[in-house]
Design a protein around this ligand. Sequence first.
Ligand SMILES: NC(=O)c1ccc[n+]([C@@H]2O[C@H](COP(=O)([O-])OP(=O)(O)OC[C@H]3O[C@@H](n4cnc5c(N)ncnc54)[C@H](OP(=O)(O)O)[C@@H]3O)[C@@H](O)[C@H]2O)c1
Length: 306
Amino acid sequence: MPQAVRFNEYGGIDVLEVVEVPRPVPGPGQVLVEVRAAAINPGEASIRGGVFAQRWPATFPSGQGSDLAGVVAAVGPEVTGVRDGDEVIGFTDDRASHAQLVLVDQANVIPRPAGVSWDAAGSLYVAGTTAYAAVRAVALAPGEIVVVSAAAGGVGSLAVQLAKNAGATVIGLAGPANHDWLAGQGVLPVTYGDGVADRVRDASHGRVDAFVDTFGGGYVDLAIDLGVRPERIDTIADFAAAQMHGTKTDGNVAGGTAEVLAELAALVDKGALDIPIAGVYPLAEVRDAFRELELRHTHGKIVLHP
Ligand SMILES: NC(=O)c1ccc[n+]([C@@H]2O[C@H](COP(=O)([O-])OP(=O)(O)OC[C@H]3O[C@@H](n4cnc5c(N)ncnc54)[C@H](OP(=O)(O)O)[C@@H]3O)[C@@H](O)[C@H]2O)c1
């Protein structure tokens, strides 16, 4: 029987189990994907912890995960253009991708280009479409200066590259361990923490046009202090500050389509977007994967191999 991650109550990492489940059968318009790589995301830890219990409640036993890449193992009725054996990148909104076999709507899979590794493919959906939407929201023009917080994280590491591709000068806030990678991407690295506002003013010579916040916890206020207009600020994590200051909040909901996924995959395929992989865990070690993620110092993505 295939294996899948399940949890039966809200809680910490220890509520996560890997259990045997019945083999899913694709219904009309669905494909069954044998997963090769499925990334994990902080939002999944929040769901499991009950942070969204009122807004988007779980039904137990719950699965988890949105990102996936793998090989089509079966197709349901009314599926056209996708066949057994096709290599695909996809996503599910059913909290289900951390599993060996996953049902996916045909509309939510795209072909895996040859130049996109399995790990990059399985990492692309949540972080990639979120970064895409956040950078699009601040409407960068060539030569403008944008600051990205958590610039080497899952979303940030992609946002800095997309902002560079838009022709902006990018200042990336990160710990010292990530400065070399950022510099290698043509990003100006700046250390976060006490005095960060002055360091950004120095690096930007006092002019910041836009701010992409991928961390929360005060970066919207920092952007306002730096003189960035609210419509040029996007946060994917601090919705209270966004409401207070009238900033944008575009993220996965705004960018999460198969079309955007295909655009990102094409960038990876031609070498214009690097997906750093911080760690790879077998499905059975899903707890260890989240233990690493929840330290909040991941550079790029952590991936499960079911
Ligand atoms: N709204 C949406 O659609 C959406 C979608 C995806 C994610 N999110 C949210 O966005 C956030 C980021 O997600 P993610 O996947 O990028 O997370 P992540 O990969 O876990 O982010 C880790 C990064 O955070 C950095 N960091 C830690 N402490 C920091 C601080 N005080 N200031 C600045 N950076 C700090 C770390 O940098 P160093 O290692 O350099 O210290 C590390 O690179 C999460 O809260 C997630 O829930 C929202």
